[in-house]
Design a binder for this molecule. Structure first.
Ligand code: ADP
Ligand code: PAZ
Ligand code: K
Length: 244
């Protein structure tokens, strides 16, 4: 069996695959950081040799807790490289790219081998340009939807942390906050998409825990994908042959 682990700043997402020709998904889930130590329970349900391949952007303490909770000798943590699985990393310092972004780009390349905008809406939202040749050209990091809302509540006297809703012409404070944060996400994505819009088959691939909050606002060619990071980790683990 192969366990794929995407350790983000809010949640740990995991997927267990059979290590055979079919590569069926045996199980999957997500845990908050306070639940990391329970990840080992999947081994009670699925016994046998386990290889673990992961990406982690949540710090070394989280990595250690995951390794310990799984009771494995080591996790193969993905490190961003100048090139892997058909993707070239044009970051000035390739090793400084988030491992989750690197995995998502590899997953995107395998999913759609034309120009793509790879968006992961998590704690932070990342908006990454991937060329038809498999070059990661660069991308944005912005606060995720929740972080944007929290920062307004923290940094002002009058703005609450309350559940507003998206409306085109907000006339209540809470709706103005919610709509503003969702527009900020959608606007950044649509503006970045302009850089590839003229290319054949150009597509935005959108995933992450907060993706559904603004997906409907996007007026660009779009495919919602549950977890591109895990797809990319599967490619890295050698479970799929990468395109190009
Ligand atoms: N059940 C949930 N628990 C936590 N966050 C959730 C949940 N459902 C949706 N979200 C949203 O998803 C975001 C976290 O998404 P995720 O992709 O797990 O982030 P990360 O990779 O940064 O850990 C949260 O900031 C929140 O906006
Ligand atoms: C941008 C991120 C914080 C996103 O993390 P997430 O929202 O998935 O928890 C993470 O990819 C990261 O720490 N990146 C390192 C810096 C960079 O990618 O340039
Ligand atoms: K993210």
């Amino acid at each position: 069996m192969i366990l794929l682990v995407d350790a983000g700043n809010t949640r740990i997402k995991w997927r267990l695959l059979a290590d055979d020709a079919v590569q069926a998904v045996l199980d999957e889930g997500a845990l908050g950081h306070d639940g990391i130590d329970t990840i080992g329970r999947l081994r009670e349900r699925h016994r046998g040799p386990l290889r673990v391949v992961g990406s982690n952007v949540a710090g070394t303490a989280v990595a250690k807790r995951i390794t310990a909770a799984l009771g494995v000798d080591a996790v193969e943590w993905l490190r961003p490289a100048p090139q892997a699985c058909g993707v070239r990393n044009l970051y000035d310092h390739p090793e400084q790219l988030g491992a989750d972004r690197w995995a998502a780009l590899i997953g995107a390349r395998h999913t759609h081998a034309q120009a793509s905008l790879v968006v992961t809406a998590g704690t932070a939202t990342t908006v990454d340009l991937l060329s038809a040749d498999g070059d990661f050209l660069g991308g944005l990091i912005l606060p995720g939807v929740d972080l944007m809302q929290q920062s307004l509540a923290r940094g002002t006297a009058q703005l609450p942390l309350a559940d507003g809703r998206y409306v085109p012409q907000p006339r209540r404070t809470v709706d103005a906050i919610r709509s503003g944060c969702l527009h900020a996400q959608a606007g950044a994505i649509e503006r970045m998409f302009r850089q590839i819009a003229a290319e054949p088959g150009a597509l935005c691939l959108l995933g992450g825990g907060a993706a559904d909050s603004f997906a409907a606002l996007l007026d660009i060619p779009l495919r919602r994908i549950d977890n591109l990071v895990l797809c990319g980790l599967a490619v890295v683990a050698g479970l799929h042959s990468a395109n190009a």
